[in-house]
Design a protein around this ligand. Structure first.
Ligand SMILES: C[S@@+](CC[C@H](N)C(=O)[O-])C[C@H]1O[C@@H](n2cnc3c(N)ncnc32)[C@H](O)[C@@H]1O
Length: 276
């Protein structure tokens, strides 16, 4: 099954959907994502959605959440993007099932609110999910327990945000808490733990297969997706926007249409060590 991962970052959501059973994943982000583990296209998410969204089984979107985040409330209203309403409109136009993810406080329907502790992670991280069709019934999860008395002091619970503040204890702690072993600290602070989208992905695949079995041909197997017409990374890549400050001559892995970035993992690992 094909999944389009809009506002992909370094692929926390994507890995979850892959574990759920999506076998063709395309990530789109307007910044280079050298550690994205699947096919990656550097492009504007909504433009890409308009051109190619209808060719996928499911579309996931994580528009930037600074406009609604707790950090904004603490530090005041900045000039932050609010891509949520335009993202929803673009997704609705594709006619495909979709999922929007964002932070508590975002103006969206909270069909699901997930926390790391429900998945056995030592992580306090609530995220809302709005689905094109609100679920009638979902598999039950253990309740969130990150507010259990003394749990942070005992080191049982970790919060992943910004640069980590006074309580930052190293990238290894964050990677373990998020269930993500391939990202830098900055990428982790923006990511969705894969467990969340693995859970949602399994529910979606079950619903699509159920619809297919009832003869509604919901999945995209019968539709064609011409990947040769995706934007050309050679022309869309701008090294000055590379968050890692790299470029081709300094060994930065340029996002490539034809290459799966994970294939050069030893290079990524070298860069990761330099960034921790
Ligand atoms: C919250 S992060 C995504 C986290 C990601 N879904 C994950 O699971 O790890 C939001 C991402 O949106 C990207 N972004 C912001 N505006 C964009 C746009 N107009 N088009 C594509 N990507 C955009 C940012 O570069 C950032 O990586």
């Amino acid at each position: 099954m094909r999944l389009l991962d809009l506002f992909s970052g370094a692929g926390g959501a994507a890995v979850g959907y892959h574990r759920a059973g999506f076998d063709e994943i395309v990530g789109v982000d307007h910044r280079p994502q050298p550690r994205y583990p699947f096919r990656f296209v550097q492009a504007d998410a909504l433009e890409f959605c308009k051109s190619f969204g209808a060719g996928f089984d499911v579309i996931h979107a994580s528009p930037p959440c600074q406009a609604y985040s707790r950090a904004r409330l603490i530090h005041g209203v900045g000039n932050h993007q609010n891509n949520l309403p335009s993202t929803r409109r673009a997704l609705q136009k594709t006619g495909r099932p979709w999922v929007i993810e964002n932070v508590p406080g975002a103006p969206m329907r909270a069909d699901l609110e997930l926390c790391g502790t429900s998945f056995g992670l030592k992580l306090a991280r609530h995220r809302l999910f709005e689905l094109s069709t609100p679920p009638i019934a979902v598999t039950l999860l253990p309740p969130c327990r990150h507010r259990a008395k003394g749990s942070r002091q005992r080191g049982e619970i970790v919060s992943v945000f910004g640069h980590g503040g006074d309580v930052y204890n190293g990238v290894a702690t964050w990677r373990e808490a998020m269930g993500i072993d391939w990202m830098t600290r900055d990428e982790l602070s923006q990511a969705i733990p894969p467990a969340y989208c693995e859970f949602i992905g399994k529910e979606l695949i079950a619903a699509i297969e159920h619809a297919d079995a009832r003869g509604r041909a919901y999945s995209s197997r019968s539709r064609t997706l011409d990947i040769s017409s995706f934007p050309d990374p050679e022309t869309s890549y701008d090294p000055s926007t590379d968050v890692l400050g790299g470029n081709a001559s300094s060994g930065c892995l340029l996002p490539s249409m034809s290459a799966v970035t994970g294939a050069s993992s030893h290079q990524s690992a070298r860069r990761l060590n330099a960034l921790d």
